[in-house]
Design a binder for this molecule. Sequence first.
Ligand SMILES: [Zn+2]
Ligand SMILES: [Zn+2]
Length: 151
Amino acid sequence: MDKKEYYLNNRQKLLDYGKEYYLKNRRKYLEYKRDKYYNDDSFRQKQLNNRKQLFELIWKKTVNHYGGKCACCGFNDLKKKVRQCHFLQFDHINGQGNKHRKDEKYAHLFYWLYKNNFPGEFRLLCASCNVAMEPHEVICEYHKWEGRRKP
Ligand SMILES: [Zn+2]
Ligand SMILES: [Zn+2]
């Protein structure tokens, strides 16, 4: 019997064996990784960094999708952080952002947006326009005031 014939005759057996082998080893691998995660500080740090990098990448992708700048003032420094939070933030146009977030299992709104193919009822605002923005408005209260102040 040549190799090919052997394979054809025992295909299902080989597949089952492969599956079993895979599952057994996957469990072992996951256990190994979990132990390493808890016991090895540098491994944990690396894992956490990878996760952070991935999140940062998804954040950037999502920000760019929503125009990459504050919808009110045009602030567009993606790197800027204040108190460890991005200065650019996502805002629900109807002011439903917080309610929305509580309904969903994702801790980060940007991640939820990414997973849901960037729904249209959100926009990007800088932190200062965000706190000064009334629902449904397009210019924040601060910039309205500043606009009035100028002749
Ligand atoms: Zn702004
Ligand atoms: Zn503004």
